[in-house]
Design a protein around this ligand. Structure first.
Ligand code: NAD
Length: 463
């Protein structure tokens, strides 16, 4: 069932009533909604794949790897862990509180809003929804208008699997988003650009609504001058798949650019060329393995990054574009100017600048002189360098010798720092994100310390 924004005021009142009735707090409701989500994904896997193909040209295997499979894993973990997550956790009180006990009790926040992005339209909508429902909230989800087939599936089919009194999906673009932001929420979970993230925060100020912002940025990958040829091959394959094989680089944690020592850069470029061919064939457009650019606006944005006269001559591989198919070839650039837009803005597409440094350790200073990254990747066996990266840089995550791996780990908090946003989710972190951890303390009526109550006398203290 689709829901219009006009009806939103009334719907929200009903949702508040539904929340106040206590039904969403019941373990059985949470469990049944998670199972409804799982049923939706299992029964509609083919439609999900088709919608991802239609909106983004994603290959079926990519669709399974990044959305269907990952979501099934997350839902199963939530179903299995639900009662454990819901249970209060015992806590200790200071000894001075004689004959007492305490616990931390997670309670839902209330009626929450999730606004999501188009590049992983199911994952970025349903991953937070899993956490919100598991935590016992009533939820309104607004997917992105830029992946219309996916949003339509979420808006018109998903609700048939869920309790629509407690969970609603609203379709629409910025105007609908703005109207939603004018309502009072108990939490807003936003995935998207920093520009809209700022609007979300200003809207949240009105009611002091807590906010999670999952934003973007430029994620660097350091590549040390690896000596073993097997290590080089593994590193190159993992870099390429993290760049071109995940929504064609339109991913917040995609590798944005590579840092490498000057002396290793030519070899790295040559290896990348070989492996681009191995993975995507002589004619990558025909291989149907690489996702398409989401729309003409983003295509033109990427085209202008690449056709900037200052940047053009740094292209060392690829560079062809086909607007009719919204296709951009996997492209490598060597040392484009650091003040060009491709090096100052998030790329969000299949263009990979390689920046050379004298010593790989110089990368740390390079990274620290720029806004904090959502993720830092480093392909190195050098333990000292690994330690330095963890302790001397700041980012949402750090991954050594792989990329994007952190997204599928329910045991790791996923989210940003600095301009990439704040608030963490995935696995139990999602449950916590949508919960208030209430402190509960209990005391016996017996036993008391005399100095707690006035009148106080210094004499007694000096005894
Ligand atoms: P966007 O900010 O344009 O849109 C995101 C969502 O906000 C969409 O649902 C959209 O309809 C809605 N929206 C747009 N204008 C609005 C307004 N005025 N008021 C209310 N809602 C509004 O971003 P996008 O193009 O969907 O996503 C690209 C950005 O998102 C990139 O920077 C990327 O790095 C980031 N991103 C981050 C993550 C993450 O997990 N950190 C994941 C995916 C994308």
């Amino acid at each position: 069932m689709e829901c219009s924004v006009e009806a939103l005021g009334k719907d929200l009142n009903n949702m508040r009533k539904c929340y106040s009735s206590g039904i969403t707090k019941e373990a059985s409701w949470r469990d049944s909604q998670l199972k409804g989500l799982r049923k939706f994904i299992m029964e509609k896997e083919e439609e999900i794949s088709k919608a991802l193909k239609h909106d983004l040209g994603k290959h079926q295997v990519e669709a399974f790897r990044d959305e269907v499979g990952t979501l099934m894993k997350s839902i199963n973990i939530a179903i299995k862990s639900l009662r454990k997550w819901m249970a209060g956790q015992e806590a200790k009180l200071p000894q001075i509180a004689l004959l007492s006990s305490a616990e931390i009790v997670p309670e839902p926040l209330g009626v929450v809003l999730i606004i999501s992005s188009w590049n992983f339209p199911f994952g970025l909508s349903l991953e937070p929804l899993i956490g919100a429902v598991a935590a016992g909230n009533a939820v309104v989800l607004k997917p992105s208008e830029l992946s219309p087939s996916c949003s339509s599936l979420l808006g018109s089919v998903l609700p048939t699997y869920l309790d629509n009194n407690g969970i609603k999906v609203i379709q629409g673009g910025p105007m609908v988003g703005e109207q939603l932001l004018q309502q009072r929420w108990d939490k807003i979970f936003f995935t998207g650009s920093a520009r809209v993230g700022r609007m979300v925060m200003s809207a949240a100020v009105e009611n002091l609504t807590p906010v999670t912002l999952e934003l973007g940025g430029k994620c660097p990958a350091l590549v040390d001058s690896l000596s073993a040829s097997l290590d080089k091959k593994v590193a190159v394959k993992r870099i390429l798949v993290a760049k071109y094989g995940a929504c064609a680089g339109q991913a917040c944690i995609a590798i944005d650019y590579v840092l490498v020592e000057k002396s290793f850069s030519s070899e790295l470029v040559e290896l990348m060329k070989i492996w681009i061919k191995e993975m995507f064939g002589d004619n990558p457009k025909a291989s149907n393995t690489i996702a398409r650019i989401v729309n003409e606006k983003h295509f033109s944005r990427l085209k202008s990054l690449l056709t900037d006269p200052k940047v053009k001559e740094s292209v060392v591989s690829g560079g062809s574009m086909d607007i009719d198919n919204l296709f951009i070839e996997p492209t490598i650039l060597l040392d484009p100017p650091l003040d060009s837009e491709i090096m100052t803005e998030e790329i969000f597409g299949p263009l990979l600048p390689i920046i050379t440094v004298e010593k790989i350790e110089d990368s740390i200073e390079f990274i620290n002189s720029r806004p904090k990254a959502l993720a830092i990747y480093a392909f190195t066996k050098n333990k000292t360098l690994q330690r330095r990266i963890v302790s001397e840089t700041s980012s949402g995550s750090v991954v050594f010798n792989d990329a994007i791996l952190q997204y599928i780990a329910d045991t790791l908090p996923f989210g940003g720092v600095g301009e990439c946003g704040f608030g963490k989710y995935h696995g139990k972190f999602s449950f916590d994100n949508f919960s208030n951890h209430k402190a509960v303390a209990r005391r016996s009526f017996y036993s008391e310390f005399w100095f707690r109550f006035p009148p106080w006398t210094l004499n007694k203290l000096q005894l």
